[in-house]
Design a protein around this ligand. Sequence first.
Ligand code: AMP
Ligand code: MG
Length: 426
Amino acid sequence: MQTPSSIELLLRERGVRMRIGVAEAQQALAAALINANPAVERVGLSEAHGRCLAEDIHIGHSLPPFANSAMDGYACRHADLQQTALQLIGESRAGARFVGQLGAGQCVRISTGAMVPDGADTVVIQEDTTRSGDQVQVTQIPRIGANIRLKGEECAAGTRLLKRGLRLDARGLALAASAGRAQLRVVARPRVAIISTGDELATPNQPLAAGQIYDSNATLLHALLLEAGAHPLPSQATADDPQRLALALQGAANSADLLITTGGASVGDHDHMPQLLAQHGCVHFWKVRMKPGMPVLFGEFAGKPLLALPGNPVSVFISFRVLAQAAIQAWQGLVPADPVRWPARLLAPLRKTHARAEYLRAVYRVDAQGQLWVRPLLAQESHRSLSLMQASVLLNLPEGPIDLPAGAIINIEPLFQAAQAETDWE
Ligand code: AMP
Ligand code: MG
């Protein structure tokens, strides 16, 4: 057991929750950020991708809005198909219908998406006909009604296409467009400030001096925030200097709804976040019983919630995913669904002796029988960002020792699928 540092003792004395479990940290964050009445704004379809819908989208017309052809061919009456040939009397094109009535023994040239002429009940595909002048011979008789998409067969006028609370993706946006909507009411996104801290940080594109590394966390967080539906503000990098750090936080607090910092959150001599918040803000909790990501701190600065993540890139990725993502959704009035989990078998025995929850980077494969197999990657240290890139799934190991034989079933969480969220407004 390590001796607690003076800042740990101070925060403990103040009753700050320390070394809490993952679930308790998640609850504290969601409770602090939850927004029962998120602001709503109106945006164009091209701006709405990834946004959370703040209204139900109903369609004013049926889908399809009119009976139309599913194929290129000839519209006719099924009853006439025993005849030797049909007489071609005109054309119905997509966007330009045939005007008139189709009578006995007649047919109309028709293209995909074109209105079915009055009187026709079947479309014969082009491939099943031969044509000579205005005489069309049918070589293969289809069933009655073939190749016609009926008016309203997908939905009736007034149907709700999209539900309030949905996170808009390409499919949802296209449906809104097909209902004739050009603008949608969406929930405002939390503006999140990103501040990387560390004397060693260089900006990508600048030469690296001895002892420096490039700041990759700013980019990581920017992308993670976009994926989580937040609005990341331009990031800033700050040295390990309390005054400059306080200035950067103050500036960020003026324009952001949430501040996220990386680095300097632990107990090292140059880790200033805990002390700074203890002096100039407040600390809700410090340290979560998880690996990686243990030194996470959550508090407030200048009245704004602040999540201080450790500096190691894998810790940033995991603690964002485990703690921040759901809180950002709570801010938008969403109740995050549980992450997608699939049962898989362990390729080799798995042992954990420490007490904390652990998130292992792993890869999976599917065997010929369709069974999923999973193997944790060898490199699990929190600075190993290459193995983060290599991983296709995470193993979420609960607190306490674990000793599983090869072949044991364990849940895997795919890394290539963002968590879905649902609304609790209904
Ligand atoms: P810290 O949490 O400040 O002790 O940093 C832990 C480790 O993460 C150190 O090796 C840092 O150099 C590294 N680190 C800190 N910030 C960043 C960053 N923005 N990008 C990449 N690595 C970082
Ligand atoms: Mg540091």
